[in-house]
Unconditional design. Sequence first.
Length: 313
Amino acid sequence: MATTSNPVKIGLVGLGKIAVDQHIPAIRNNPALELVAGCSPQTRPDGLPGYDDMQAMLAAHPEIAALAICTPPQVRHRLAMEALAAGRHVFLEKPPAATLGEAESLRARAAEKGVTLLASWHSRFAPAVSAARAWVAARKISNISVMWKENVRQWHPGQKWIFAPGGMGVFDPGINGLSILTRIVPDAVIVKKADLHFPANCDAPIEVQMDLQTESGVPVRAEFNFLQENQQTWSIVVEAEDGGKLALHLGGTELEIDGRQVLKEPEHEYPGLYAHFHQLIASGQSDADFAPLRIVADAFMVGKRIAAPDYIE
Ligand code: NAP
């Protein structure tokens, strides 16, 4: 078992926005982990030994015990399969893969190799999520809404992969809302209807409206929009049969109960995720829940495709 004098040595695969903004500082601030190197076709952040690809990085640093795959989803499965085949623990950025089939093959391969697989959902580590889960568990719920509306030009500049096949379009942020939803409700969430708005020049939707239902019959309305200007919305509202109302705002950093703010904390999701990853490795376990990805896959299966204007970056 790794200790602070024997930290788990980590390599990063894909050195884009999320790796630089979150993974590098979260690993460096956790004394039980050691960031050894990173690889990416072109990007080379300062102060980190960098390689063109994962195999070159592992050849130079065979001491790396765990790999965090922070690439776009389209290439995640191949890289994660190689990492598992090489006997490394794997941290998958969200979404865990481009398809459910890929995700399930990773879960099976990790179990076969006896290594840890973490299918990470960073939004589940937002500060208000566990309080929301407890509130929901104590009540009979009558209605839920998930509103995830942000400006793609502000948050994803230059990320061509997001509108390419397998990039998921507005489901890329929307799946974060679904990851909180599937954490706070106790039963499975089923897709009843989905309207998927595809710009003519994109292979993934820019706007989505879904009618979902929990297995116990609670209706859930989900609306995702990638063209939201000014106020950005990352909110979930839950209404209970007793008249109670819970609202999570700003991705789960703020919690309101019956209209009164009861929690407001800065986000610190990635430190929590890496502590969880370390704990999983230390206890020889995996955490690979694909419920949010299943909702997205089902929406593509039953969804109606609606034409939207071209997306001009
Ligand atoms: P990004 O800025 O486009 O970065 C992706 C990186 O992956 C790029 O640096 C690219 O390399 C690298 N890459 C592509 N193919 C690779 C390969 N075969 N091997 C190694 N590296 C490869 O995207 P991002 O925003 O960081 O998002 C990446 C993932 O994190 C997505 O799944 C996204 O949903 C998730 N995520 C993003 C955010 C966010 O706020 N941005 C938040 C949470 C989760 P080069 O630059 O070297 O060409």
